[in-house]
Design a protein around this ligand. Structure first.
Ligand SMILES: Cc1cc2nc3c(=O)[nH]c(=O)nc-3n(C[C@H](O)[C@H](O)[C@H](O)COP(=O)(O)OP(=O)(O)OC[C@H]3O[C@@H](n4cnc5c(N)ncnc54)[C@H](O)[C@@H]3O)c2cc1C
Length: 315
């Protein structure tokens, strides 16, 4: 089985989600004795993709920012060039836009949001907002799989590899991204953050968010919030996580003064480690927590900040 993986160039860098897709595809190819080729575009050092395990990189340097139609044409041409029968993309905004088009044009079965390296033709994915796991069998000869961000992780297992210039004509862009502006104050996009400090209505008002931001800063984390907090304007909407907000899967999720309603959990229950701080020992969030602190946020959070500062001072 030969795999072609798409690695998006975002403003001259590979985002974490692209490196994760390459790591996933390379490990999958290795597990079945196949090859893994990456395709990328634009001005970028494409050889670094070899660090994440692929054997070969195809590079269309002349294509800068690309829309879903262009990525579809590029990826299918690269799959044909590398004799791949499987295409892997990240389940991020770009992957979600391109993967279904690729599957239709390529006459392939598609599974979106895979959470683990497939066994045989069976791909695991979350369903019902992460409350259940589906095992999906792909029966078609060709397959397209998107990888849920933060499900597999980035694994630097290889070394820089050879890059081959790749030429293909792609259709003119119908949509052009003019600018991508990070909304997060600290510049850590929430879906890519390794650590997240999140707070809810238990913080009583927007004037109290200083300790949440300070804890996030000490931990190198992004900030998030529950839906009512963004609905009432205490925090910006791009911080809202949950069923109707952003779904995240950080390595560490600290929830302060959040009750743990099912709609909130739907967006955060894929986190590796969940720490809950709540003054109500009966708060439902404790059932989903790896670590729980029953206490007043206004006493607990300043102590965590002091501990993080003391720890950072030893580095
Ligand atoms: C269709 C639908 C979709 C929804 N989608 C989302 C979504 O995407 N995301 C989301 O978050 N919600 C969503 N909700 C809302 C959800 O049901 C909850 O109402 C919401 O998550 C509660 O927010 P909260 O925990 O901040 O507030 P509350 O439920 O008011 O909980 C506040 C918590 O803070 C604790 N607390 C209070 N004071 C302190 C203190 N001093 N120290 C420590 N703890 C304290 C309390 O014990 C309580 O547990 C949705 C609801 C519906 C109906």
């Amino acid at each position: 089985m030969n795999i072609l993986v798409f690695a998006e160039n975002q403003n001259g860098k590979f985002p974490k989600s692209a490196l994760e897709a390459v790591s996933f595809a390379a490990a999958w190819a290795k597990s079945v004795g196949g090859s893994c080729t990456a395709i990328t575009h634009g001005q970028i050092d494409a050889s670094v993709l070899g660090n994440y395990g692929c054997n070969r990189v195809l590079h269309l340097a002349s294509l800068a920012a690309a829309d879903g139609e262009q990525i579809t044409a590029l990826v299918i041409a690269a799959a044909e060039k590398s004799a791949a029968n499987t295409i892997v993309l990240s389940h991020d905004t770009t992957g979600k836009s391109a993967a279904p088009r690729i599957a239709v044009r390529w006459n392939a079965g598609i599974v979106s949001g895979a959470t683990a390296i497939p066994h045989g033709t069976t791909v695991k994915k979350n369903v019902f907002s992460g409350k259940a796991i589906a095992h999906v069998n792909i029966t078609s000869e060709k397959q397209v799989v998107t990888v849920l961000p933060n499900a597999y992780g980035v694994h630097a297992t290889g070394a820089p590899c050879a890059v081959e210039a790749f030429e293909v004509s792609v259709p003119a862009a119908r949509v052009v991204v003019k600018e991508v502006k990070l909304e997060s104050a600290e510049g850590i996009p929430l879906p890519e953050a390794d650590k997240v400090v999140s707070a809810g209505r238990g913080m009583k008002g927007p004037e109290n968010w200083g300790i949440i931001e300070e804890l996030a800063k000490e931990l190198g984390a992004a900030t998030a919030c529950s839906r009512p907090v963004s609905d009432i304007g205490w925090r910006p909407h791009h911080e809202h996580v949950g069923q109707t907000g952003i779904a995240i899967r950080p390595n560490l999720y600290i929830a302060v003064g959040i009750s743990g309603a099912i709609q909130h959990l739907a967006g955060v229950n894929g986190s590796q480690v969940i720490v809950v701080i709540n003054k109500d020992p009966e708060a439902p969030f404790f059932k989903a927590a790896d670590y729980g602190i029953v206490g007043d946020a206004f006493e607990v959070v300043p102590q965590l900040i002091a501990a993080a500062k003391a720890f950072n001072a030893t580095k």
